[in-house]
Design a protein around this ligand. Structure first.
Ligand SMILES: [Zn+2]
Length: 111
């Protein structure tokens, strides 16, 4: 199995019956610590407060049928594509090569 990130296509939307997937972006962090997130696609806006108690207030409902991602503290997860692979003969070797290229000695010979 090979996982490729950054692909242009979203492979999970293949049936045509999946709800739209929107990505929320952080609009502003208020002095109180509350974060205001908005969806550039449908205009949904929510305010999130993390502490002392988690609280979420919907300011603008936007498109209620869409799945809204994001709003998790600014962590962005790229699109992930899982491709059944027949050419990955030795994934271990590929990973070790990648680690070596990154300056990491997988075998730990440096102790
Ligand atoms: Zn939206």
């Amino acid at each position: 199995m090979r996982v490729r990130t950054g692909g242009a296509s979203l492979v999970f939307e293949t049936s045509g019956r999946q709800p739209a997937r929107h990505e929320m972006v952080l609009d502003e962090t208020q002095p109180s610590g509350a974060e205001v997130w908005s969806c550039p696609e449908c205009g949904r806006r929510i305010a999130v407060q993390w502490s002392p108690d988690y609280e979420r207030v919907v300011l603008e409902p936007g498109d209620g049928r869409a799945i809204h991602a994001g709003g998790t503290g600014g962590v962005r997860i790229g699109k992930v594509e899982v491709v059944p692979s027949s050419d990955a003969a030795a994934p271990d070797t590929a990973w070790r090569q990648w680690l070596a290229d990154s300056g990491i000695d997988w075998d730990g010979s440096a102790a």
